[in-house]
Design a protein around this ligand. Sequence first.
Ligand code: ADE
Length: 223
Amino acid sequence: MQIHILSVAPELLESSFAHSILKRAKEKGLLHIHLHNLRKWAINKHGQVDDYQYGGGAGMVIMCEPLANAIEELQQEKKFDEIIYMTPDGKTFNQQTANRLSLKENILIICGHYKGIDERIREHYVTMEISIGDYVLSGGELAAAVVVDAIGRLLPGVLNDETSALTDSFQDNLLAPPVYTRPANFNQWQVPEILLQGDPKKIEEWRNEQSLKRTQERRPDLL
Ligand code: ADE
C-alpha cells in the first residue's frame, strides 16, 4: 500500500513512522509512506502557501493553487483510490473506516493548518473527510499519523501474529478483554485462575464474557 501525505509540516510526521510496527511494515515493503512538503508548490519564492480569508476574520487559509498543483502532479504518477482531508468537521474515524481503508492501494492524505484549506479543493478533489475526534488540533498531521497507524497495522503480514488485529477492541463492536502476563502472583494480586489452567475453550469463553461485560460497563453504545 502506498500512502502519500501532503503537509506544510511533514517533519511532524517523520518520527511517527520510524518506530515499531509501522517501521516493520515499511521494512517489509508492505507500506510505503511518501511525505510531501506543500511548500514545494508555493506560489512565490517566499514559500507562500496560505493567505487571508475572504470576508475577514483571523487565521490563514491554505490556497487553492499550491494544493491543486501538488495534487495534479502527484496524480500524474498514480491514481489515488481516496483523497482524504483531515479536518475536525469530517466523519469521525473508527475501526470500520480503518478496515475499509486498509484494503486500498493508493491513498493521498491532505493535512490542513491554520484555518484549513480553501473550500474549492474540498469540493473538487477531496473524496473523504476524516476527523479523529471532537476537538481541534493545530494541524492535520497528528490526526493523519493516527489514521496511518490504524491502517498500517491491519495490512496482512504487518503484525507478527496475523490474528491479533482481529481480537483488537472494536473489531466485533466489543472492547478487548483484560490481559495479564507473568508473574501469576504480584503483591498478592492474582491472575484469574482460568487463564492459568490452560483449557483453550474455557479461556475463550471467559474472554468473550469479559469483553461483553467491559463493553456493557464502558461503552454500552457499541452494543
Ligand atoms: N485537524 C484539526 N483537528 C482535527 C481533528 N480533530 N481531526 C482531524 N483533523 C484535524
